[in-house]
Design a protein around this ligand. Structure first.
Ligand SMILES: O=P(O)(O)OC[C@H]1O[C@H](OP(=O)(O)OP(=O)(O)O)[C@H](O)[C@@H]1O
Ligand SMILES: [Mg+2]
Length: 165
């Protein structure tokens, strides 16, 4: 996969606001959450905010690796499974949290482990959107989301320079 055309940079401040907005939406879902399962590593950050806002203290991880080389998605590998007690009743009452869904492949694998769990992500691209129950912002498929934990300050070319010619 080549680098997506558009960039969607997210600051810590914006990420915190969007994670809170997701928590507000989840607060309106009529489920008594028994645990959060966050998809590492990206899901760890929104899970911290959502667990605080919704008072959920049981936090589990499912460790998935796929994008090995920046934007190139390789084969998905499960590095750590979900504890068996959360898999009971097909994961009913469990809240799965990730930072985003892109192709939906990560979400599909984790959903298959807990078909009745509720899946929440902050950002969604069109291909992954059908896999998600609740999200905050949709961006186009040709957009790359830059998260604050991956970023440093660099010079930005003016838009006119990159579109000239
Ligand atoms: O919908 P998909 O195309 O499957 O992509 C979405 C997944 O990709 C990223 O994780 P990544 O595997 O890069 O690992 P990370 O969370 O450790 O950064 C992101 O955090 C999602 O979990
Ligand atoms: Mg991830």
């Amino acid at each position: 996969m080549s680098l997506p055309e558009k960039a969607f940079p997210v600051s810590w401040d914006q990420f915190h606001r969007d994670a809170r907005a997701l928590a507000w939406r989840l607060a309106g879902v009529n489920v008594k959450w028994r645990a959060i399962v966050c998809i590492t590593r990206g899901g760890l950050v929104p899970a911290a905010v959502i667990s605080r806002e919704l008072g959920i203290r049981l936090i589990e991880t499912v460790c998935v690796a796929s994008y090995h080389d920046y934007t190139d998605q390789g084969e998905l590998r499960i590095l750590k499974e979900i504890s068996p007690e959360l898999l009971t009743n097909d994961g009913e009452g469990v809240l799965i949290v990730d930072d985003l869904t892109d192709t939906g492949k990560t979400a599909a694998i984790v959903r298959a482990m807990m078909p009745k769990a509720h899946f929440a992500a902050i950002y969604a691209k069109p291909k992954g959107r059908p896999m998600i129950d609740t999200f905050v912002t949709e961006v186009s498929q040709d957009t790359w989301i830059y998260f604050p934990w991956d970023m440093g300050f660099t010079y930005q070319k003016p838009i006119a320079d990159s579109t000239a010619g």
